[in-house]
Design a protein around this ligand. Structure first.
Ligand code: DC
Length: 231
């Protein structure tokens, strides 16, 4: 059966990764969390005291020092981001990374390196990718494109619960501010900004369950498979 690329873009904390993971599991596709890659670069720059405007050092680090990969942890039951052969999955989810990652993801050199790696990882297709620019820049020819959105208060509460489950207790107004700031930076940057591709289907998750989100995407996948065979 023809293998598709499924692009799930949208605002921060709309449930993109939860939906993408479930869709990938259902279809036996690979899942690629592109936000984790930008978070990995951010972690590296912070840990190595590389300023976000020090472009020569950033370019050098991208070329020589930053090696990102994903591996499945059976023990944790999840895919984990590896930075230089060490799992940094828990570290990249912390608020200190969320607070800086949008600034790092505006850097053109960072974007070019990440997009190239994402295109390599998805070249065999059969992949679900979630991010901000998958349907517009990474795989503009993706057969299924979803653009997710949700009310910011709902998103913040979901994010707060996720952090609390990891013992990080963050006041709701701080999370709302972080989401608004990231949405703003992500949508207004010059290089591949967060945009709904003209052929992306809008999915508002404010009032629906995760199961309904997953069914919505799977319905689009069935339609795309049918369309591919009808052609
Ligand atoms: O999906 P996430 O919240 O983990 O992503 C973290 C940040 O990475 C997000 O604020 C913007 C950036 N990002 C991006 O610029 N392009 C992508 N394809 C994915 C994420």
């Amino acid at each position: 059966m023809k293998k598709l690329v499924i692009a799930i873009d949208g605002y921060s904390s709309c449930g993109k990764s939860t939906t993408a993971k479930a869709v990938a599991a259902e279809l036996h596709y690979a899942y690629l969390d592109t936000g984790a890659m930008y978070r990995g670069v951010t972690l590296f720059l912070l840990e190595n005291d590389i300023a976000f405007d020090d472009l020569p050092r950033i370019e050098h680090a991208l070329r020589e020092d930053i090696h990102l990969s994903f591996r499945h942890s059976r023990r944790a039951g999840r895919n984990e981001l590896y930075l230089n052969e060490v799992s940094r999955e828990d570290d990249i989810r912390q608020m200190r990374i969320s607070n800086s990652v949008s600034e790092v993801s505006v850097i053109a050199q960072v974007r070019h390196a990440m997009v190239a790696q994402q295109q390599r990882l998805g070249r065999r297709r059969g992949v679900v990718m979630d991010g901000r620019d998958i349907g517009t820049t990474v795989f503009p020819d993706a057969e299924v494109k979803i653009f997710m959105t949700a009310d910011v208060n709902i998103r913040a509460r979901r994010r707060q619960d996720e952090l609390a489950a990891k013992n990080e207790h963050v006041p709701l107004p701080d999370i709302i501010e972080n989401l608004r700031k990231r949405d703003h930076i992500d949508s207004t940057r010059a290089e591949s900004p967060l945009r709904r591709a003209p052929d992306a289907v809008l999915l508002d998750t404010t009032h629906i369950t995760i199961g309904e989100q997953v069914d919505f995407v799977l319905d689009r996948v069935s339609a795309a498979i049918f369309a591919a065979y009808a052609r």
